[in-house]
Write a protein that binds this ligand. Structure first.
Ligand code: HEC
Ligand code: HEC
Ligand code: HEC
Length: 150
């Protein structure tokens, strides 16, 4: 698992008028800003536009687009680094779309605790734990539901 880091993209976001410590919901951004934001998604994940989009119709819904939009609202907007520095897609992804090794569940759970629980806090200041992302009862593969949502 990629150890969580302060985002290296804070300046890119500021140039687009986005406060990296208080990013707005995606639907509050103008179409022009969304378009200029897209390369930060692609670079954070180390992918091309086609990883998420039907490039003949960028507006068309896809499972990856749904997950990306939820990652924005639940993680980038809903959480902050515990030390108050900016959290963004690159903080967790570090240039890879997929990076979890779920081979050893015990080691992964310990890494999740050290990175995603201890180094993050909730924007609404409520208590932060595994349940914040995995729900209660604990759902290990909750991204499957995100990919299908709506
Ligand atoms: C990680 C997934 C991901 C990648 C990679 C990505 N996009 Fe997007 N794209 C999205 C999401 C999510 C939205 C916003 C949908 C919404 O408004 O809720 C979006 C919106 C758009 C839109 C506006 C259409 C719409 O859906 O409202 C355009 C145009 C677009 N992207 C182009 C690009 C281009 C060009 C690239 C490559 C530089 C790219 N995207 C890379 C996920 C991605
Ligand atoms: C708090 C950490 C964190 C943040 C912040 C984060 N992600 Fe993720 N993301 C993950 C994890 C963990 C996975 C699962 C990766 C795996 O299965 O290897 C994931 C998976 C994804 C996937 C699905 C990959 C697949 O295999 O289907 C997409 C798309 C994605 N993230 C996009 C984004 C985008 C875009 C952003 C920024 C708006 C973002 N993520 C921010 C942790 C994060
Ligand atoms: C900031 C969000 C977040 C927090 C907090 C979090 N996780 Fe995760 N975790 C993820 C994401 C995203 C995935 C990928 C889920 C998927 O693939 O559907 C994941 C996957 C896992 C997996 C692998 C599931 C599988 O079978 O592939 C385990 C195990 C896990 N987490 C344990 C934990 C534990 C234990 C905690 C609390 C100590 C925790 N996580 C806290 C985001 C989080």
């Amino acid at each position: 698992m990629h150890p969580i880091t302060t985002s290296a993209m804070a300046e890119d976001l500021k140039k687009l008028g986005i406060d990296p410590l208080k990013p707005p919901p995606l639907n509050k951004l103008s179409p022009d800003t969304i378009r200029k934001l897209m390369p930060t998604f692609a670079r954070s994940l180390g992918v091309k536009c086609a990883a998420c989009h039907d490039t003949n119709d960028f507006k068309a819904s896809t499972p990856k687009k749904k997950v990306a939009a939820k990652m924005w609202s639940e993680f980038v907007v809903g959480m902050q680094m515990d030390d108050g520095s900016p959290l963004y897609c690159d903080s967790c992804h570090g240039g890879k779309m997929e990076f979890l090794d779920s081979h050893d569940k015990k080691a992964l759970s310990a890494a999740m605790d050290a990175n995603y629980v201890k180094k993050l806090k909730r924007t609404d200041k409520k208590e932060h734990s595994c349940e914040q992302c995995h729900g209660d009862p604990f759902e290990p593969k909750f991204l499957e539901a995100w990919a299908k949502a709506k």
